[in-house]
Structures are given as C-alpha cells and as structure tokens.
Design a protein around this ligand. Structure first.
Ligand code: CIZ
Length: 298
C-alpha cells in the first residue's frame, strides 16, 4: 500500500477530513480533501461533519478550526508550526493599545494567537481585510499584527485612521521581496501579482495585489504570472490552470508551513494526536470575533 492509500484508509476508518493551506508542500496539498486560504479553511472547518479535522497549516489555523467547530477533534500534524508574524502581538499589547485609544475598534489579522484574538472586536484575513475595516462604524482602527497589510488597508480606505499594532509587525517571507523582483519579472513579460503582506514599495511595482484566494480568481486575466508569495502557491495555481505559466520565487519559503510531511500526516491520523485543546473561555471570546468576520466574508 502506498502512503496515499494508507492515509485514505485511515481517513475513512476515523471519519476524518484533511484540510491544507495553499502554502503547504505539493505532497500535502495533493493528499488533502480541501486546499485553500485561511478564510476558506475556517469556513470548511466550521461546516465539517466529520468527527476529526486534520489541519495541515500553522497553529493559528488549527486553533481557528477548533474555535469554530469545538465539538470536533482538531489535529495538527506539526505542533511546532507557528507563525513569526503572530508572535509580534500579545494580548497584553492589545489591551495596552485599547487603553490608549478607547474609541478605536480592534481588527486582528487571522495570523494572530487565540489569546490576542480574544481581545479583538473582529478578525480578518488578507482576503477580506478591507471589507472588514470598511464595515466598522469607528473611524479609528487598531490593526495588527501585520503593518504592511495595515498600510494596504489604509491606502484603500483613506477616510479611516488605521493604526498598526505593533508598528513593525511583518511576515519575514513577504518582507524579503524587493521592488526589483517585480520590475525584472515585468521585463520578462510576466503579469506580477504580490500579496498585501509585501512592503508598499513592492506593492507599488506590481500589477495586482491579492490574497492567495484572490490570486486564483485573478489568474484568468493573464497567461503568464509572476507570483510574489510563498513558493508553493504556484503548485496550487498550476493545478487550477494547467495551461498557464506561473513563475514562483524559490527562496520564498515559509519554514513553518513545510514542517508537515506525509509520514507525519499518517501518524497523526493513526494516533489522533497532536490535538488542539483550548479553554472554553478562549473558544467563546475569540470565537465571537471570528464569527463576526465570517458573516462579512469579503
Ligand atoms: O489568509 C491566508 O491564508 C494567508 C496566510 C495568506 C493568504 O493570502 O491566503
């Protein structure tokens, strides 16, 4: 039996569903029942009927699945798959900012810890950050932890005051892209798309700024794309559009997303571990901020 067959057998035996983020390795994407961005994964997890949800992604994604569907057993094959961006913001920092700006609403990117989320008015992803901020009645918004995404939202909503929380939070992978990467790809005839977590100077050089889910929707508009986000997004795009050309950036690797291997996935199904355990209090407080986002969607 191949490992893929073993995983399929275990999945059936245990009544499990495997969800994978767009940044997972091609092998894990291909073994999953559903691949998507964090908003799509959250919605699929919320509606999952299976007894077990295996989340192949990073910790905050598995926590979100548990928060949205707490009666299910939620497993993550790599317990140490964290997010350096999420680590920029603690719940304590959010509380301090709320004291300083008592009238502001707090919008936290889904790439934040469950503790920080429990201090937020609403959560957002890169797919809906602009609509979530637009939906709020407050003109002042504390937005964290990605300062580049905060500046992208501020550009789109110039009539709102978007305060980044903290001022320097960033994704190390997206912050590494340079404006010259986009310029060179354009010279080679590519339409260039970058993620809104890229710095403004990079975004300004690109043809399109999009979350990974939006990249799939935008892809119909050109036959030749340079894709400035995690390198394995290209695998997802090629599967969706086999006749188009996609140029990835091989050094743009999210190490945390690459911790999960097919062997680990199989072992996780066998042992039903590691399991996500969250307190009822966190599930309730972080849950309301996430549920509010899901109602807005995009
Ligand atoms: O929202 C997500 O899943 C992330 C981390 C990126 C994206 O744009 O999909």
């Amino acid at each position: 039996m191949t490992i893929a067959d073993e995983i399929k057998r275990l999945k059936k035996e245990k009544n499990a569903i495997i969800l994978a983020h767009n940044y997972q390795s091609p092998e894990i994407q291909d073994l999953s029942d559903f691949t998507g961005d964090s908003l799509e994964l959250a919605i699929v997890a919320k509606n999952a009927k299976e007894d077990i949800i295996v989340l192949c992604g990073v910790m905050f994604m598995a926590e979100t699945a548990k928060i949205l569907n707490p009666s299910k057993k939620v497993l993550i094959p790599a317990e140490d798959a964290g997010c350096p961006l999420a680590d920029y913001l603690t719940a304590e920092k959010v509380r301090a900012a709320k004291e300083k700006y008592p009238k502001a609403k707090v919008v936290l990117y889904v790439n934040s810890t469950a503790d920080s989320k429990s201090e937020a008015d609403i959560v957002c992803t890169s797919a809906n950050a602009v609509s979530v901020c637009e939906s709020l009645d407050s003109d002042t918004i504390l937005f964290g932890p990605d300062s580049n995404l905060a500046s992208w939202v501020a550009e789109k909503l110039p009539y709102k005051k978007i305060i980044p929380l903290p001022a320097d939070g960033h994704c190390p992978l997206h912050a590494e892209f340079k404006p010259s990467d986009a310029k060179e790809a354009k010279e080679r005839g590519y339409t260039v798309v970058c993620h809104p977590e890229c710095p403004k100077a990079v975004r300004d050089e690109c043809d399109v700024v999009a979350s990974t889910g939006q990249m799939i929707k935008e892809a119909v508009k050109s036959d030749k794309w340079a894709v400035m986000t995690e390198k394995d997004m290209v695998h997802r795009l090629k599967k969706e559009f086999p006749d188009k050309e996609f140029l990835g950036f091989e050094t743009a690797v999210c190490r945390d997303m690459k911790l999960i291997t097919p062997d680990m996935l199989k072992k996780t199904l066998e042992d039903e571990m590691p399991e996500i355990i969250l307190s009822d209090e966190i599930i309730k407080s972080a849950g309301s901020a996430i549920e509010r986002m899901i109602k807005i969607k995009k």
